[in-house]
Ligand binder design. Structure first.
Ligand code: HEC
Ligand code: HEC
Length: 390
């Protein structure tokens, strides 16, 4: 249902397809809390530009301001990790649109993750989570990975030590009050399930919709000549960026790129065996499906706030936007030597849409200028998403 909504929803489309959701585009806050605190547990008002749709919220985890605020507090709480040194925010930093600026991240026990930390803005709208897991379809399901993953360890919880973590939180009376406000009908609300529900609610509330690009769509600002040329190129049949990066989150493949797994594409980053191979364990959704033609297929990344989320791609292997554009213009990546040597340009599983295109120095600068309009400075400075424990 959601996938269909997103793919038929091209930038300035009408609201009706998915039930609306637009209200005043002037409001920059993700949501307006209820005026009456006793209603805090029950109410939530999405405040979205007209070209957004309402996100899907699981029936057993409705949004509320109290849950959002509890989730916000827990997102920044290092007591959630096995040794008290990491929180979600260790790898998801607001100033970097909730990424960490590293090619791959480092978990609580210093192990490196396999992939690049993803931005979290507008994650409520994703139809699957992480770079290559079509089977992880809710934020609640995703969160089990950072909390409990063993290979590699992120926050290092286990079924054996999770009791100690809950006891750490239970001993903080202020925090217990927040749990009671968020889950008012529960006698003992400090549970793992409620931790997950509240952090998921916080993440759903992380709406980013006030970039210059949004402001231009809403007629509040005019793009510069260079930004406009870059936008034209982005949406052109020459560069074809928008064929995959379409929709209001610039991550939905357009209608003509359909197929069972059209949200996952091979862009030609690797070809280590001449047969299209990507280096394990980063072989895209092939890791999950085992199907040969899923080799190297990763989720089309949202380009919102992309100027803040370097380095790029699932493994952080491209360092700058300029290098990303060079990569697409070349129709893939040739790696001349080393363990990952190979010519990604001729990867047999690469999308036909990434066959390369000529680009001048001026056009490259224009395209970068357009990508920079996708930065939402309000979002990365919004106190609603900052650490409330500081
Ligand atoms: C050690 C660093 C680290 C920590 C700590 C961490 N993450 Fe992540 N996060 C990552 C990485 C790396 C990815 C990409 C995972 C992948 O594709 O395999 C990711 C992906 C995600 C995604 C998927 C986003 C998307 O677009 O699909 C969400 C949501 C997320 N993290 C939330 C959290 C939450 C909530 C916490 C705390 C409970 C957390 N993370 C803790 C590194 C981290
Ligand atoms: C065939 C679909 C497709 C086309 C066409 C395409 N992209 Fe992508 N894009 C992807 C996928 C898939 C990823 C993630 C790839 C990975 O990590 O392995 C991605 C990643 C990116 C990233 C990195 C985002 C991040 O957070 O790491 C940028 C920037 C980007 N694309 C920009 C562009 C631009 C600019 C164009 C046009 C020149 C373009 N893309 C064309 C599918 C596409």
């Amino acid at each position: 249902m959601k996938a269909k909504c997103l793919s038929i929803f091209v930038l300035l489309g009408a609201l009706s397809a998915c039930g609306g959701g637009g209200s005043s585009p002037e409001s920059l806050d993700a949501a307006k809390p209820s005026a009456n605190p006793s209603d805090m547990a029950a109410t939530w008002a999405w405040s979205l530009p007209s070209y957004f749709v309402l996100p899907t919220v699981p029936a057993d985890n409705p949004m509320s301001e109290a849950k959002f605020q509890l989730g916000r507090s827990l997102f920044y709480d290092t007591r959630l990790s096995v040794n008290g040194i990491q929180s979600c925010s260790s790898c998801h930093v607001q100033a970097k649109a909730f990424t960490d600026g590293l090619p791959v991240s480092r978990g609580a026990t210093s192990e490196f993750t396999h992939r690049n930390a993803q931005p979290l803005g507008n994650s409520a709208w994703h139809t699957s989570y992480t770079w290559g897991r079509p089977d992880v379809t809710t934020l609640e399901a995703q969160m089990v990975i950072p909390l409990f993953a063993e290979h590699p360890v992120e926050m290092g919880l286990t079924p054996l030590n999770q009791g100690a973590m809950l006891a750490r939180l239970q001993s903080d009376t202020k925090l217990v009050t927040k749990f009671s406000e968020a889950f008012p009908n529960e006698g003992a609300p400090v549970t793992l399930s409620n931790i997950i529900k509240s952090i998921a609610s916080f993440q759903r509330g992380m709406v980013t919709s006030d970039s210059r690009y949004d402001q231009s769509l809403q007629g509040k600002v005019a793009l510069t000549a260079s930004e406009s040329r870059g936008k034209e190129l982005f949406f052109s049949d020459a560069a074809r960026c928008s064929r995959c990066h379409s929709g209001f989150n610039l991550n939905a493949p357009s209608d003509d790129v359909r197929g069972a797994s059209n949200h996952f594409q091979n862009t030609g980053l690797y070809n280590i065996d001449g047969l299209g191979g990507f280096p394990a364990p980063n072989r895209g959704i092939f890791e999950v499906t085992g199907r040969a033609d899923d080799m190297g297929k990763f989720r089309v990344a949202s380009l919102r706030n992309v100027a803040l989320t370097a380095p790029y791609m699932h493994d952080g292997s491209i360092s700058s936007l300029e290098a990303v554009i060079d990569f697409y213009a070349a129709g893939g990546r040739l790696i001349a030597s080393g363990p990952n040597a190979g010519d990604g340009r001729v990867n047999p599983y690469k999308s036909a849409l990434t066959s390369g295109f000529p680009i001048s120095t001026q056009e490259k600068a224009d395209l970068i200028a357009f990508l920079q309009t996708l930065t939402d400075h309000t979002f990365v400075a919004n106190p609603r998403f900052s650490n409330p424990n500081e």
